[in-house]
Design a protein around this ligand. Structure first.
Ligand SMILES: NC(=O)c1ccc[n+]([C@@H]2O[C@H](COP(=O)([O-])OP(=O)(O)OC[C@H]3O[C@@H](n4cnc5c(N)ncnc54)[C@H](OP(=O)(O)O)[C@@H]3O)[C@@H](O)[C@H]2O)c1
Length: 309
């Protein structure tokens, strides 16, 4: 296959690009900075990777590169874990909403159209709750900013359904565990102090190991039976206290000293809401597909991440 990836230089995307190349596919990495992308994927090590400079929120010549691709994976978006100034909130929304609109526009214009668009969303779609359980049929929350972003992001992707022959898969991604992302920054207090429950510890932590997420994305590209929304989370969400205990055990450190909210906020900015408030999300549709997880429990996932550090 020839696969176009936006956000391919990121934490999730770089894992996907490596897996695609390892499986023998050709990859086009769409980046706002092709020189940066080339540094991440040097031609000597990544002969099957081509980088394409693009302006995600404006139409342009870059859109022609979508023609002839078999699949498109859309992962681009301004970081959540920063201070949410008015300007950054706009970037968080527009990079996803407008960026996805322009990608769908490119697919509509393509002479040779891709067969599938895999367009990311997040479990923030469901809002936060300490008591409710969410699956793919659960409703979004009107008043929650992260949910509003996910709704606009998904609505933009859904426009691809007007184009004949293009299958759409929307993974609603949970907190991704790997050597980077939120966990890398959560590790800091564990290294500095004893570590321990973050926030109240009672909030839900619906996570997925990055390798399992990459496997979901790879399968979505090739499995024609997959279509629509899939919660991309592990089958065993836990409360934050349990996640931190698993991390403490993996690091071989006691997990008893609560990490104050302000430490997490200093590390994750307003995006700390993702770990200070959570939601219990179940991957009902992946379960129905018979998806097999390499890391079904948080203990296995945390140990694998720590071993790889
Ligand atoms: N990691 C998680 O726990 C998690 C959880 C739920 C959902 N997600 C979603 O999954 C996607 C990938 O996550 P990730 O952790 O890999 O993110 P990431 O490491 O921050 O990478 C995202 C990529 O998006 C591009 N980007 C950054 N700012 C942008 C902007 N203003 N406009 C357009 N593109 C921009 C960058 O690529 P270039 O600089 O090369 O253009 C970057 O490599 C994101 O959309 C994220 O919201 C992630």
């Amino acid at each position: 296959m020839k696969v176009a990836v936006t956000g391919g230089t990121g934490f999730v995307g770089s894992g996907l690009v490596k897996a695609l190349q390892a499986a023998g596919h050709e990859v086009l990495v769409f980046s706002r900075d092709a020189a940066k992308a080339r540094r991440i994927f040097p031609a000597a090590t990544f002969p099957q990777v081509t980088t394409v400079t693009y302006t995600p929120q404006t139409s342009g010549d870059w859109q022609a590169a979508i023609s002839g691709c078999d699949g498109v994976v859309n992962l681009a978006g301004a970081p959540i874990s920063e201070r949410w100034t008015a300007a950054h909130k706009r970037a968080m929304m527009d990079s996803r909403k407008v960026g996805t609109e322009k990608l769908v526009e490119a697919i509509a214009q393509a002479e040779v159209k891709p067969k599938v668009l895999v367009s990311a969303s997040a479990i923030g779609y469901y809002g936060t709750s300490e008591t409710a359980t969410f699956d793919e049929s659960s409703d979004p929350v009107k008043s929650d900013f992260l949910s509003q972003i996910c709704q606009a992001w998904e609505a933009a992707a859904l426009q691809v359904q007007d184009i004949e022959g293009v299958r759409l898969v929307i993974p609603r991604i949970g907190i991704v565990l790997g050597d980077g992302g939120a966990l890398e920054r959560m590790l800091t207090p564990f290294r500095l102090f004893a570590g321990g429950p973050i926030g109240s510890g009672k909030q839900w932590f619906s996570w997925i190991h990055r390798d399992d997420l990459v496997a979901v994305l790879m399968r979505a590209l090739t499995d024609e039976s997959m279509s629509g929304v899939y919660n991309a989370t592990a089958p065993n969400p836990v409360r934050m206290a349990q996640a931190c205990e698993a991390l403490g055990q993996a690091l071989n450190r006691p997990s008893w000293l609560p990490v104050p909210d302000f430490v997490i906020e200093a590390l994750l900015g307003d995006g700390a809401v993702v770990v200070l408030e959570g939601q219990q999300v179940l991957p009902k549709h992946l379960y129905a597909e018979g998806f097999e997880y390499q890391y079904p429990t948080v203990g296995q996932a945390m140990q694998a991440v720590v071993n790889a550090l």
